[in-house]
Design a protein around this ligand. Structure first.
Ligand SMILES: C[S@@+](CC[C@H](N)C(=O)[O-])C[C@H]1O[C@@H](n2cnc3c(N)ncnc32)[C@H](O)[C@@H]1O
Ligand code: SF4
Length: 386
């Protein structure tokens, strides 16, 4: 473990009550799960992996560093009883330790929290909650197969505030088939009315193999239009920045630097993290590995005292550089020119002339996307990672 980089713990909870048609995350409804894994035994299973992780790191002679961040994601972590999430967090604290002021996030579906469960989570040490809001328009929520009403998000945010969460974040999606610019505007306004500390606004990705992709193929729904997606991004930037939320990653805005998601910044800065749970990825000391994907296979490995890792890779220096460019260019803090190859430095000058990266930042030695560059971030990254 690089002692200078920050250490995070990710815990994957692979359960959802129903599957949203657009989502291809490693998550299972009760029908999809099959035998050999259950929500009821999940906390013990994942605690088993954490214990194994602590032993492996100690055996490798690596000094365990307290976690600066913990992020429980999914799936829908809040489908587990709050007492289970509290036990899992407690295991992280016992086995790894938590740094003072650690950021401890859980993702949550607005439908799967109550005032009481949020209070329990806050009392257990969670400091940040991220709700999947997606939209404030019932028709858009229906197209996305969301089960909550807009009012439920407002309740959940109110409950989280009353419980004393330091940070409340909302996920939004734009580009849903049939969503009008006015509807997206309305969702942004409604989200801002809830005064979140942080907003992630994602362009809807049509993932192969999802119900959404099938519906688009059958002609029932239209593919999101690139021009409308660009307009929706610009609308988000305008409204969010006017309300005091600044972008710090292409799809993420925060009310202040302290409200930025430190856990995700750790991924983007290539810090170390241990990911526990089915399909979770880890990155420690330049080595990456990922766990078996299915919860039943995962539970079987843990029960047998075996590593749940499915495969690992050690990145070559070139792969590390390309990945660093890929992730850091998307950050407002930018990517140091020192990371780039000479050909990419020449490309950077062209990109600045084209208005895609900031010329003043470039002159000072950093690649920072302009607003237009953020719309074309993938293309910019391609040009810079050669
Ligand atoms: C694990 S979910 C959040 C917690 C909870 N499962 C929920 O949906 O309320 C993570 C977020 O990923 C985003 N997401 C998932 N699939 C997506 C897709 N295909 N395109 C865009 N955003 C997506 C959604 O905004 C979602 O809130
Ligand atoms: S978006 Fe959230 S609730 Fe919907 S299927 Fe994906 S993880 Fe589950």
């Amino acid at each position: 473990m690089d002692p200078t980089s920050s250490f995070g713990v990710y815990l994957h909870v692979p359960f959802c009550r129903t599957r949203c048609g657009y989502c291809d995350f490693n998550t299972y409804t009760a029908d999809e799960l099959g035998p050999g894994a259950s929500q009821a035994t999940y906390a013990d299973t994942v605690i088993g992996e954490l214990a194994l992780a602590a032993t492996v790191l100690a055996a490798a002679g690596r000094q365990l560093r307290p976690a600066a961040t913990v992020f429980v994601g999914g799936g829908t972590p809040t489908l587990l009883p709050a007492a289970d999430l509290a036990r899992i967090l407690d295991a992280v604290t016992q086995l790894f330790g938590l740094q003072p002021g650690a950021e401890v996030t859980t993702e949550a579906n607005p439908d799967s929290v109550t005032a009481a469960s949020l209070q329990q989570l806050r009392a257990a040490g969670f400091t940040r909650v991220s709700f999947g809001m997606q939209s404030a328009v019932p028709a858009v929520l229906a197209t996305l197969d969301r089960t909550h009403t807009p009012g439920r998000v407002a309740d959940a945010v109110r409950w989280a505030r009353a419980a004393g969460f330091d940070q409340v974040s909302l996920d939004l999606i734009y580009g849903t088939p049939g969503e009008t610019p006015t509807q997206w505007q309305h969702s942004l306004e409604q989200a801002l009315e809830l005064e979140p500390d942080h907003i992630s606004a994602y362009s809807l990705i049509v993932e192969e193999g999802t119900a959404l992709a099938r519906r688009i193929r059958r002609g029932e729904l239209a593919m999101p239009d690139d021009d409308l997606l660009a307009d929706a991004y610009l609308a988000a930037e305008e409204q969010l920045s006017a309300a005091g939320l600044g972008w710090y990653e292409v799809s993420n805005w925060a009310r202040s630097p302290a409200a930025q998601c430190r856990h995700n910044l750790g991924y983007w800065r290539s810090d170390d993290w241990w990911g526990a749970g089915p399909g979770a990825h880890s990155h420690v000391g330049g080595v990456r590995w990922w766990n078996v994907k299915h919860p039943a296979a995962y539970a079987q490995r843990i029960a047998a005292g075996a590593s749940p890792a499915h495969a690992r890779e050690v990145l070559t220096p070139t792969e590390r550089r390309v990945e660093e460019v890929l992730l850091r260019v998307r950050l407002a803090e930018g990517c140091p020119l020192s990371v780039l190859q000479p050909a990419a430095v020449a490309a950077a000058a062209r990109l600045a002339a084209d208005g895609l990266i900031d010329p003043a930042a470039l002159a000072a030695g950093t690649i920072v996307l302009t607003r237009r560059g953020r719309l074309l971030a993938d293309a910019v990254v391609r040009d810079l990672s050669d």
